[in-house]
Design a protein around this ligand. Structure first.
Ligand code: SF4
Length: 208
């Protein structure tokens, strides 16, 4: 078995790679949660969306709201002012361009305000179970570098390296595993290498 497959299987013994960690019940709720999660923890987002979605959880409802009212509901989230604008703009775009439904292709999703390739990847995977790539957030980026899966620092280039090296059947798992391992063990400043089950694959410890 290839080293990269061994590494994935090792991580999947530790984490449930089938599930993401953002709470949602509809594709639109997920889209909002994904927007809020940029540079914010999923745990914080889940706390905020629990009450936010009781007030509004459809494009029609958000499109009618004032940006300032959305701001009040998500004020504990980082960059909440920008994110509030994006939620409103994106809701209007979904109504006007996609008949009120979250589009189901990467090309269409990335036309929406506040949705880049990373967010579109998460939406395609979690909402539509149609994995198109690997979302490279801060954890996936760090792990990819440390485990020698990519030497790049630009998330889009890191993703391209991952897609070349990792067989497609593992993409869904890898989307979750790198994030979970980054959060739990491979901290940016103080990685818990003594507790790491993929220690033997790590370039970072070998180069220390
Ligand atoms: S050995 Fe340490 S640095 Fe390497 S992946 Fe594991 S926790 Fe991260």
């Amino acid at each position: 078995m290839k080293k990269v497959e061994e590494l994935i299987l090792e991580l999947s013994k530790r984490y449930d790679g089938d599930k993401g960690s953002l709470y949602f019940t509809t594709p639109f709720e997920l889209l909002v949660a994904v927007m809020l999660s940029a540079q914010c923890t999923d745990a914080r987002v889940n706390i905020v969306t629990k009450s936010l979605f009781k007030v509004a959880n459809t494009p029609e409802q958000f499109a009618k709201m004032k940006v300032e009212d959305i701001e009040k509901l998500i004020s504990s989230i980082s960059f909440y002012k920008n994110k509030s604008k994006h939620i409103k703009e994106c809701s209007i775009q979904i109504i006007e361009n996609f008949g009120g439904k979250v589009p189901e292709t990467m090309e269409e999703l990335t036309t929406l305000s506040g949705i880049g390739r990373k967010s579109a990847n998460v939406i395609m995977l979690e909402a539509f179970n149609n994995c198109q790539g690997i979302a490279v957030d801060t954890h996936a980026l760090r792990l990819s570098n440390r485990l020698g899966l990519s030497n790049e620092t630009d998330p889009l280039k890191v993703e391209q390296d991952l897609l070349k090296k990792i067989p497609k059947k593992y993409w869904k798992l890898v989307n979750h595993l790198l994030v979970y391992h980054g959060r739990e063990i491979c901290d940016a400043r103080k990685p818990k290498c003594d507790k790491c089950t993929v220690y033997k694959y790590c370039k970072y410890v070998k180069n220390k």
